[in-house]
Design a protein. Structure first.
Length: 244
């Protein structure tokens, strides 16, 4: 159903108020907002519910109405998480959860065009933006291509910068699949969200200029703070990420 001009005007009035406040701030109460916007409280409640669905506010029963962070978006290029967050104006950081050499099973070897049993670096990290946990990342890198990879440098460097600096690897293109899932108890604890919360699982296969698969990454994103936007055009498709 199309919005009336009165509804559009009310939504814009409320958004103007919201945009003046920092994330986490509490809005005025319903009575004050109704008086300020000159509408009935029933009309105001419907407008607030709509803005909550847009994830601009959070209505907490008995506590009030709170401002949510405004989405930040950028056109998606082939970037590491660190590069992407920096472009969004956020400070990236990470916590190393696991780092070891493993052997590729049949399924993993097939995905990476390797022989079963090939050695891989497996790096599992918790990715944070401005100190907030955003994603759990599991990265597989062929040890045959990166025999002495300085993984300890990933604390202060993006993965792609490290690969280029240490091995002069130029990342060229990637294939990525995105699916919906839920988090288990351990993942929920790391991401600071309830168990079985919705999440986005992105699996990315990265190629260098020689056409070799140099990385297979599986990233589990919080669905309440991160989403992918797709703009479909007649001459192609652009995919953008949004962090809220």
């Amino acid at each position: 159903m199309a919005m009336t001009r009165k509804q559009q005007r009310l939504h814009q009035q409320l958004l103007d108020i919201i945009d003046q406040l920092p994330p986490g701030a509490r809005l005025q109460g319903e009575r004050e907002l109704a008086e300020l916007t000159q509408v009935s409280r029933d009309t105001l409640r419907r407008a607030l519910k709509y803005l909550e669905e847009l994830k601009r506010i959070e209505i907490r029963q008995g506590a009030g109405i709170f401002v949510l962070a405004r989405p930040l978006a950028n056109q998606l290029k082939l970037m590491s998480f660190s590069e992407e967050m920096q472009q969004l104006g956020l400070k990236p950081s990470n916590k190393l959860l696991f780092n070891d050499v493993v052997k590729a099973d049949v399924k993993l070897a097939s995905k990476m065009n390797l022989a079963p049993g090939a050695e891989l670096f497996l790096i599992r990290r918790l990715r944070l933006a401005d100190g907030c946990p955003v994603a759990i990342e599991r990265v597989y890198l062929p040890k045959a291509i990166f025999p002495e990879l300085a993984i300890q440098e990933l604390h202060a460097s993006s993965l792609y910068d490290l690969l280029h600096r240490q091995y002069e690897i130029v990342v060229d293109q990637a294939k990525q699949q995105i699916s919906a899932t839920v988090v288990d108890e351990e993942e929920a604890d790391l991401l600071q969200i309830p168990t079985f919360s919705p999440a986005l699982l992105a699996e990315r296969t990265v190629f260098d200029e020689q056409g070799r698969i140099i990385e297979l990454a599986k990233s589990l994103y919080r669905a309440d703070r991160y989403r992918f936007n797709v703009l479909v055009q007649r001459n192609g498709t652009r995919l953008a990420t949004v962090y809220e």
